[in-house]
Design a protein around this ligand. Structure first.
Ligand code: PMV
Length: 323
């Protein structure tokens, strides 16, 4: 479908937290994830060359069909940019500026949010109209450059927002929330690579499939319980599922001492559940609060322990999120 082209085209890609089921999703189990309002804004404008600028990293890369120059990180960005540009008929004369308001490599889906924002802005620039799900799929070309074997959960939530159940074979399904979720995200500031963590889990899986499948099945069961809790507004049940999921992630050595301490601090401040979110081995944790006031107390308790923390509300409907 086509709409009129926009000379200055803007699009947003949201960050996300995985409430339940990370890593299991790579092996075909469901994952429950929530979009957050912090993310990435991309702006596409006419330019002599195909350029990608990333703020606040101060990075600019040029894309041509053949050449991906620059430092290693920059070469990867240029490669990812080239991968999404292939979707458009000719190498566009466009500069895409991305403004990133998410920590990278922290389990909040930063690279997927950039991919979704870039594809969204390029679509508008070209007058192409696609659904959120189609944008998520197109942005997988970007994500594969960074993550080798991504399940697609980050891109799906980034494009759609709200709470979703994601399955590799069935795609994404929105979950109607009975009540707003008050989440607190804590960043351990310990660097972690999703690609490496996925590879570590794959090595454990190759060693003993029965052992790991038992845990992935348990994650899937928790995901079902978590979805029902969201639909029924049962925050205690959702928190309990998060606590049980944390123990499964611990079995895979994905919970560092610092992340553990942050989760304990959140629970000490009366969080209903707390766990690592995303790939683990560093990066972020997420806690579930009963309400806004409790979320502030949990945020302060986490920040006193280690790293930094912020409150993220997940709205019942997209419309609510936009107001
Ligand atoms: O660390 P993040 O935000 O990229 O989350 C990755 C989620 C995993 O399940 C660990 C990997 C994947 O591709 O789903």
């Amino acid at each position: 479908m086509h709409a009129s082209r926009e000379n200055v085209a803007r699009a947003f890609g949201g960050g996300k937290v995985i409430l339940l089921g990370e890593h299991g999703v790579v092996y075909g189990r469901p994952g429950l994830a929530a979009g957050i309002r912090r993310g990435v804004t991309a702006t596409a404008e006419v330019c002599e060359h195909a350029l990608l600028q990333c703020e606040p990293w101060g990075v600019e890369v040029e894309c041509s069909a053949e050449r991906h120059g620059g430092a290693r990180g920059e070469a990867t960005l240029a490669h990812a940019f080239a991968a999404v540009l292939r979707d458009y008929p000719e190498l566009p004369k466009v500069r895409v500026r991305v403004e990133i308001d998410l920590p990278g490599g922290a389990g909040l889906g930063c690279s997927a949010a950039i991919g979704v924002a870039v594809v969204g802005a390029l679509d508008r620039f070209h007058g192409v109209v696609r659904s959120a799900q189609e944008i998520a799929e197109a942005s997988m070309a970007w994500e594969r450059v960074f993550h080798g074997n991504p399940s697609g959960i980050d891109n799906a939530v980034s494009a759609m927002g709200g709470v979703v159940v994601f399955r590799r074979d069935a795609g994404v399904r929105p979950v109607p929330l009975a009540r707003r979720l008050w989440l607190v995200v804590g960043n351990s500031e310990e660097p972690s690579s999703t690609k490496d963590m996925v590879a570590n889990v794959a090595a454990r899986h190759a060693e003993d499939e029965v052992w790991s499948n038992r845990r992935f099945d348990a994650m899937a069961e928790l995901c079902g319980r978590g979805e029902r809790a969201c639909v029924g507004g049962d925050l205690e049940a959702l928190g309990q599922a998060m606590l049980e999921n944390q123990e499964l992630l611990r079995d895979f050595d994905l919970v560092t001492p610092r992340l553990d301490a942050m989760c304990l601090a959140a629970l000490g401040a009366r969080a209903l559940g707390a766990k690592v979110t995303g790939a683990g081995g560093g990066g972020c944790m997420v806690a579930l609060a009963r309400d806004a006031a409790a979320a502030e107390g949990i945020r302060d308790a986490i920040a006193e322990t280690s790293g930094s923390a912020f409150v993220a509300a997940v709205e019942c409907s997209q419309r609510e999120a936009e107001t």
